[in-house]
Design a protein. Sequence first.
Length: 333
Amino acid sequence: MRADRLLALVLFLQSRGKVTAAQVAAELEVSLATARRDLEALSSAGVPVYVQPGRGGGWQLIGGARTNLTGLSSHEASALFWMLGTAGLSDPATRVATRKLIRALPESLREEAETLATAIHYDHTTWGAVHKGDDANQASDASTTSIDHLSALRSALIARGTIRMNYIRGNGERATKTVRPLGLVAKAGTWYLVARPAKRSDEPRTYRVDRIVDISSSTESSSGDVSTSDEFDLIDYWSKHVKQVEALRSSVTAIIRAPKWALPILTNHFGSYLSVISSEGEFTVAEVRANLIIALAEQLAGWGQQIEVLEPSELRRELARIGAELSWMYSDG
């Protein structure tokens, strides 16, 4: 019997209490005959395990024998799975190892580890439009202003309870929300809370953690058709959410003509919202995208005559308006 399968089998017995040979075969992905041989080998190896034959019977550890094979303290286990997040179970290369590690933990730590392994997600890619003077500061702010809230949100995730929070919307308005946290996502250094409104069966929503003013536990219970955390797929939700946001951020397109030396600067500024169409001589024709005409105009106006907007005409008119305003404001008259 292989040592890794022996370890996996001991941890499976610890986590389930009593198991059948069929359950072992399914868990370890071996044949039923191999599962029976492995169970019998445990007893021969000195592991206190016995079998109860008949209906309702199965294999179990004598006296509920247990061992913390990881040697991790509560704080260490929490920190490890907070850092690992969904990567452990979502990656085929680490899925088996992560399951083994979770099962090796004492029962008092296992539920928290399982929650963190499915409800904490790290997305290391930036949003398509990367503005070094903007997003970089947001990430820095998130690391300092939201750290006090992360512990409270993690506790709510583990307890599967509801929270009450005062939240500042994107337009600056303050609102009080009662929600049930479903997951936490760190995208390029900025933390986001994914939660479902407690009193409605609405779809989950996303909130920036650094816009949360304060958090308190709520005695209000969830109502409506609300899925449990176990049924919520955080990775799938986040993938769809990112696509929706990126689509909104790039709904307006423009064709520009710029000198080749400016292309690295523009690429760094627009990120994935810039696509090169053609390149000839000293100039490059490219497509750039943003959420509004005025947003594109504001980003391109500083280039002056270095960049020419070929289309759309609405953007050319907006740039002309900005130029006229600046000319009037700073003219000698």
